[in-house]
Ligand binder design. Structure first.
Ligand SMILES: Nc1nc2c(ncn2[C@@H]2O[C@H](COP(=O)(O)OP(=O)(O)OP(=O)(O)O)[C@@H](O)[C@H]2O)c(=O)[nH]1
Ligand SMILES: [Mg+2]
Ligand SMILES: [Zn+2]
Length: 357
């Protein structure tokens, strides 16, 4: 049975009934590029746009459809196109702070994801700090995570073991798998992470090997991949849009364009879970709101001086904590503004009502 028919029966049958009653269709968003979407409805993939109403009421980027969203549609052009009417509530979503923008807005990478594969190359792309960032930004309660180290063919056994050790050190409870798309070594291990009826999203820098891996899993050259020699470090992307691909019709894989920045967005983000050696010590600090940077009686600083805590990990922890603090402040300021605005509107409405009386 096709992935979509399977999840429709097992996860979304109530939504399907709802659509049938409203004389609309139910679909899953399979690709998004600017304001153009592709949606899989029943048995085929069609192009779709969003309705004027959805556009009008969308107050922020989160309120636009994302790949993986379950939506209701009205078919047009004899069923070959569609208009997206509603986005059903998301089970979860994978997001980052909008790149390069100072104000806080959220960019949704994919919705309703079961597992995220964080792909990193064992070439000059290798960077444990970036892995810490990804792990901190993705909500592990909602979305399972696996780190995939590509291009293992470029390293000798000893170098490979050292790289895996470094990543395992920053992700103690996360599975870390190394593989080579070139020799196929380790690819079976990646396959065993993929379960039927689930959605898997691949994220990582440009050139990490996301599309190559998806092609390997599909056993066909479906996605565009660039020659290694054409790659430069300027962040040119080969993949330009987020796209869902069905693996032997049972599972859904989402390819994404390489990301240069992965800013934290969610104020609930659990940094402590990624830095357990630091968060455990922080409970012993003299001040409960210790920032572990200047305070006297800070157990984290003590452990740093005695070499118990890794300096690079400490720096990474402080940086991510500051980012989280910034999100919290920005969000609460935005909430305050909104409350004040709503109070003003309520007052104005009351005055108008009193005058009318
Ligand atoms: N040696 C080696 N090269 C690989 C491996 N996997 C991918 N590559 C090469 O790495 C380059 C980049 O691969 P892509 O799959 O296009 O990378 P991507 O992550 O999809 O990049 P964007 O689409 O730009 O985000 C290609 O030239 C691949 O052939 C691997 O396991 N070993
Ligand atoms: Mg790609
Ligand atoms: Zn402290």
């Amino acid at each position: 049975m096709h992935f979509w028919n399977y999840v429709l029966r097992t996860k979304y049958c109530e939504l399907k009934d709802y659509c049938t009653k409203k004389d609309t269709e139910i679909g899953i968003v399979t690709s998004q590029e600017k304001d153009r979407y592709r949606v899989f409805n029943e048995n085929s993939e069609i192009f779709a746009e969003i309705s004027g109403k959805l556009e009008y009421f969308a107050a922020s980027p989160e309120e636009y459809p994302a790949v993986g969203d379950i939506v209701s549609l009205k078919l047009t052009d004899g069923g070959s196109k569609g208009i997206i009417l509603e986005i059903f509530p998301r089970r979860n979503f994978l997001a980052r702070k909008g790149a390069g923008i100072k104000t806080l807005f959220c960019q949704i990478i994919a919705a309703n994801v079961d597992r995220v594969f964080i792909v990193q190359g064992l070439d000059n792309n290798f960077n444990p700090r970036r892995i810490e960032r990804y792990l901190s930004a993705i909500d592990g309660r909602e979305i399972q995570k696996t780190v995939l180290l590509s291009k293992s063919d470029l390293l000798c056994e000893k170098e490979l073991a050292e790289s895996i050790r470094q990543i395992t050190a920053c992700a103690p409870d996360i599975r870390v798998l190394a593989y080579s798309a070139l020799s196929a070594e380790g690819v079976e291990g990646v396959k065993s992470e993929i379960s039927p009826g689930e959605v898997f999203c691949f994220i990582g820098s440009s050139g990490a090997g996301k599309s190559t891996l998806i092609n390997t899993l599909l056993e066909k050259e479906l996605l565009k991949v660039r020659e290694v020699k054409e790659f430069d470090s300027k962040g040119r992307h080969t993949t330009s849009r987020r796209q869902m691909i069905f693996l032997s019709k049972k599972s859904a894989l989402i390819d994404t364009p390489g990301m240069r920045e992965f800013g934290l967005y969610d104020p609930e983000t659990d940094i402590d879970a990624v830095f357990t050696e630091i968060s455990e010590l922080s409970e012993l600090c003299r001040f409960s709101d210790c920032t572990h940077t200047v305070e006297p009686g800070c157990e984290v600083l003590k452990a740093l001086e005695s070499g118990l805590i890794d300096k690079k990990r400490y720096k990474s922890f402080v940086k991510l904590s500051k980012e989280k603090e910034y999100i919290l402040k920005t969000k609460s300021a935005a909430r305050k503004d909104k409350n004040e605005w709503e109070k003003k509107i309520a007052l104005l409405t009351r005055r108008i009502d009193t005058k009318r009386l």
